[in-house]
Design a protein around this ligand. Structure first.
Ligand SMILES: Nc1ncnc2c1ncn2[C@@H]1O[C@H](COP(=O)(O)OP(=O)(O)O)[C@@H](O)[C@H]1O
Ligand SMILES: [Mg+2]
Length: 523
């Protein structure tokens, strides 16, 4: 859809300031349309010589049916088609009349309101309503149209739109939410049924008419400031659990505030929902935090228990269990930090890498590196992924360099001709000693991640002794790789392979599901 500025460009002689004035008018004229129960159009003269106007704005009422079903933006009309427009411009005052509605075989009642800016008529605002009104207007309708007329006079006087209008949130009250009108002294003249309800929610039941909000016990309303500054002011009133949003639009005449339109909306339910959502967010993070703490406690207990055993299988098994628990805790740690229910796996990986390097330091100090981006994923993917990667990195540092026993350096693959571990960012299989002079020829493990859409590919490569003769990932019954196989194939629904290539290479591809927000919403 063309913007107002685009519609004006090239067609008319409207300078920037006029465009800005009309933009402010159009951004606040929903109230005018709703108060008048009518469609509004904004016409701008095309050129002084040729005459004619172009429609640069159109709005439909939310309080009534629309008259113009078609999109009239950009439509040009000649002076003979709509003579009232030129007349309103020439007179500089409101002109009423009738026009045919093109899309229907009807006529419409039109009120042409000249839009003045710093003394000049720059456009014409028209209120367009069906000619026959079905029923006699009630009090509410009469009051609304009365306020519209006063605002229309402000448009012609150049005082509406306001020079500085506050930016409106989507929660700002509209005419349909509740309307009060105030006289020049801030006393209530009229209150729509919804506005009365809102006052009831604030504990005000009697004596509304003729009283000011302050007399009714409502302090901190937007009314005094709006009267004082002659600008619209919004304020949210809270009384216990009840929240009412008020927007006070002063009505001006000859530089004086002669009254005000007060739009009122009971936002108690909205606020309650906000609080619930916020509460849920905090609660979810808190749960992750507690899960992490509990897992860390379990892991510490396992560590203590392991230390009491003599070196051997039992102790080793407890130490492995301790690290498995810790790898899950890492995921919850990251989840507890963020407000989202997604984690970037690259935030988790460094902790896992550190765990593997720590483990290696006792036997064969191994450099563990990683490259690539795993991207965002839900906890239901990140957790099994963390456990699997932990398992594979531990295996590499535990088994690949066993022959070294912490001494010598002849059992691992290295050198430019070998299939060493790619350094971060380098092409697979090409390790240059220059990349990392300290470690290029030492024991290394490298994890590469790559994400394409919802598929995550992971490779864990070491430059060690390779897998034992006849080893097969499908057939192995050992615990660590059985866990990895189960996580990758069953839990994550992916595929994996293990092979020797200048060391051991484990590759797997898993679909990355995003966190199920609906699931979370049900918590
Ligand atoms: N990166 C590796 N390099 C060499 N051998 C490996 C590697 N990863 C696994 N293996 C072999 O696979 C076996 C099974 O591993 P796993 O299931 O994790 O059990 P565990 O680590 O408890 O021995 C290991 O004992 C080891 O012989
Ligand atoms: Mg293992």
């Amino acid at each position: 859809m063309a913007t107002l500025a685009e519609l004006l460009r090239g067609r008319t002689l409207a300078p920037e300031a006029v465009v800005e004035h009309l933009q402010r008018l159009v951004s606040s004229w929903g109230i005018l349309s709703d108060l008048s129960f009518s469609d509004l159009l904004l016409f701008v003269p095309i050129s002084a010589q040729q005459g004619g106007f172009v429609v640069v704005g159109q709005v439909r009422p939310t309080t009534s049916q629309t008259l113009h079903l078609e999109d009239l933006l950009g439509r040009e009309v000649g002076d003979n088609e709509r003579p009232l427009l030129a007349r309103a411009c020439a007179l500089g005052s409101v002109v009423e009349g009738e026009v045919p509605v093109t899309a229907r075989s009807e006529r419409a009642r039109v009120v042409c309101i000249p839009v003045r800016m710093r003394g000049d008529i720059v456009a014409v605002l028209t209120r367009e309503a069906p000619l026959v009104v079905g029923r006699r207007a009630g009090e509410l309708e009469r009051v609304y149209v009365g306020v519209f007329d006063r605002l229309a006079r402000m448009v012609t006087a150049g005082t509406f739109p306001f020079p500085a209008d506050e930016p409106l949130s989507s929660e700002a009250p509209r005419v349909g939410d509740g309307v009060m009108t105030l006289d020049g002294a801030g006393r209530i003249e009229f209150s729509s049924p919804n506005a009365v309800n809102a006052l009831h929610r604030l504990g005000i039941y009697r004596g509304i008419m003729g009283a000011s909000l302050a007399e009714l016990g409502l302090e901190h309303t937007p009314v005094p400031v709006a009267f004082n500054q002659q600008l619209p002011v919004s304020e949210e009133l809270e009384l216990g659990d009840v929240a009412v949003f008020m927007r006070c639009i002063p009505l001006l005449d000859q530089g004086k505030v002669t009254g005000a339109l007060l739009l009122v909306r009971d936002v108690t339910d909205l606020r309650r929902r906000d609080r619930l959502l916020l509460g849920k967010d905090v609660a979810i993070r808190e749960v992750h935090h507690r899960v992490k703490n509990n897992l860390q406690t379990i892991s510490s207990l396992l560590r203590l228990q392991a230390r009491r055993l003599p070196k051997g299988d039992g102790r080793h098994a407890l130490e492995e269990a301790e690290r498995r628990v810790r790898s899950i805790a890492v995921v919850h740690e990251i989840l507890s930090r963020d407000t989202t229910d997604e984690v970037d796996f690259n935030d988790i990986l460094p902790s896992l890498v550190r765990m593997a390097e720590d483990l290696s330091s006792a036997t064969v100090p191994t450099k563990v590196t990683w490259s690539g981006e795993a991207g965002e994923m839900g906890a239901q993917v990140a957790t099994p992924l963390a456990v699997a990667l932990n398992e594979l990195m531990q295996n590499a540092v535990e088994h690949a360099f066993v022959a070294l026993g912490g001494h010598g350096a002849e059992h691992y693959h290295s050198g430019p001709a070998g299939h060493g571990v790619p350094s971060p960012g380098a092409a697979s299989g090409a390790t240059g000693p220059a990349d990392d002079p300290d470690n290029a020829s030492g024991p290394r493990v490298h994890v590469s991640l790559s994400r394409e859409g919802d598929l995550l590919s992971v490779q864990v490569r070491d430059n060690g002794s390779g897998l034992p003769e006849g080893f097969s990932i499908e057939a192995t019954t050992s615990l660590g790789l059985s866990i990895v196989r189960g996580l990758v194939n069953s839990q994550l629904g992916g595929t994996m392979k293990m092979y020797n290539d200048g060391g051991t290479v484990v590759e797997f591809v898993v679909p990355v599901k995003h966190s199920d927000r609906d699931e979370l919403a049900r918590i």
